[in-house]
Design a protein around this ligand. Structure first.
Ligand SMILES: Nc1ncnc2c1ncn2[C@@H]1O[C@H](COP(=O)(O)OP(=O)(O)OP(=O)(O)O)[C@@H](O)[C@H]1O
Ligand SMILES: [Mg+2]
Length: 223
C-alpha cells in the first residue's frame, strides 16, 4: 500500500509499499519512530484515509471497492477506533460519549446505557461517568476513548497509542483488559505504541520506519 500526503509543494510518502496481513484474533503492536507512518497506516486500515495504490482487505472485503458510506458502515459494524487525540465530544459526558456509537448502531437507550457503563467500569472509570472530557485527566479521557471503541464489541479494534497517557500500572491494566477480550471474544487488536512494555505484551510486533515495515516478529506467548 502506498499513501502520500501533499501540502503545497511538499509531498510526503507516508506509507511506502507496506504489506501486512493480520489474522483474526491477533494482538499486534505497531512501533516505530515519530512520523514513520503508524497513524497513517491505522487510518488506512480503518478506511479513514484513502491511499493511492494497494488495497486493504477486511475479512476478505476490499476497502478500495467501497464508497465512503460503505466504509463508514463497515467501521460501525466491525471496527472500534481509538484515536491518538481521543476525539471525544466535549459537550457529552463520559457515558454519553461511550453510548453514542451504540445508539447509532441501533441499540435501545437502556441497553446502550448499560453497555456504556459496563465498558467504563472495565477501564476503571465507574466514578467518572458524568464528567465531561474537560473535567477528566488525559489518561482518563484516553480510557473513555478506549471504552467507546470497546463498547460495541467490534471484531477489530484499531488503537493509536491507547496507553500513551497512562502510567505503567494503568497501562498494564489496559493491556490485561485487551488480552482478556482477545481471549474471551477472539477480538483482533492493532495497537500503535511507543511503550516497549506494551509492545512486549502483544503477540506480534511490527516495526516501521520511514513508511516501511522493516521487521515483523512474533513474540513468545506470555503467562
Ligand atoms: N494530513 C497530513 N498532511 C500532510 N502530511 C501528513 C499528514 N498526516 C501525516 N503527515 C505526514 O506523514 C508522515 C507520517 O505521519 P503519521 O502521523 O502517520 O506518523 P506516526 O508514525 O503516527 O507519528 P507519531 O508517533 O508522532 O504519532 C509524517 O511525516 C507526517 O508529517
Ligand atoms: Mg501517530
Amino acid at each position: 500500500m502506498v499513501k502520500t500526503y501533499r501540502s503545497g509543494r511538499l509531498v510526503v510518502r507516508a506509507l511506502d509499499a507496506v504489506t501486512l496481513a493480520i489474522g483474526r484474533g491477533e494482538v499486534v503492536a505497531i512501533v516505530g519512530p515519530s512520523g514513520c507512518g503508524k497513524t497513517t497506516l491505522l487510518h488506512c486500515l480503518g478506511g479513514l484515509e484513502d491511499f493511492e495504490s494497494g488495497d486493504v482487505l477486511v475479512e476478505g472485503v476490499s476497502l478500495r471497492q467501497m464508497n465512503d458510506r460503505q466504509k463508514a458502515d463497515l467501521r460501525a459494524r466491525r471496527m472500534g477506533f481509538v484515536f491518538q487525540s481521543y476525539n471525544l465530544l466535549p459537550v457529552l459526558d463520559a457515558v454519553e460519549n461511550v453510548e453514542l456509537p451504540l445508539l447509532l448502531g441501533g441499540a435501545g437507550p437502556k441497553e446502550a446505557r448499560r453497555r456504556a457503563l459496563d465498558a467504563l467500569a472495565a477501564v476503571g472509570l465507574e466514578q467518572r461517568v458524568k464528567h465531561r472530557p474537560a473535567e477528566l485527566s488525559g489518561g482518563q479521557q484516553q480510557r473513555v476513548a478506549l471504552a467507546r471503541a470497546l463498547a460495541p464489541a467490534p471484531a477489530v479494534i484499531l488503537a493509536d497509542e491507547p496507553t500513551g497517557n497512562l502510567d505503567s500500572e494503568a497501562a498494564d491494566e489496559v493491556m490485561h483488559l485487551i488480552h482478556r477480550l482477545n481471549r474471551e471474544n477472539h477480538q483482533t487488536f492493532v495497537l500503535v505504541t511507543h511503550a516497549r512494555e506494551v509492545a512486549a505484551q502483544a503477540g506480534r510486533i511490527v516495526y516501521m520506519r520511514d513508511g516501511l515495515v522493516v521487521a515483523d516478529e512474533s513474540v513468545a506467548a506470555r503467562a
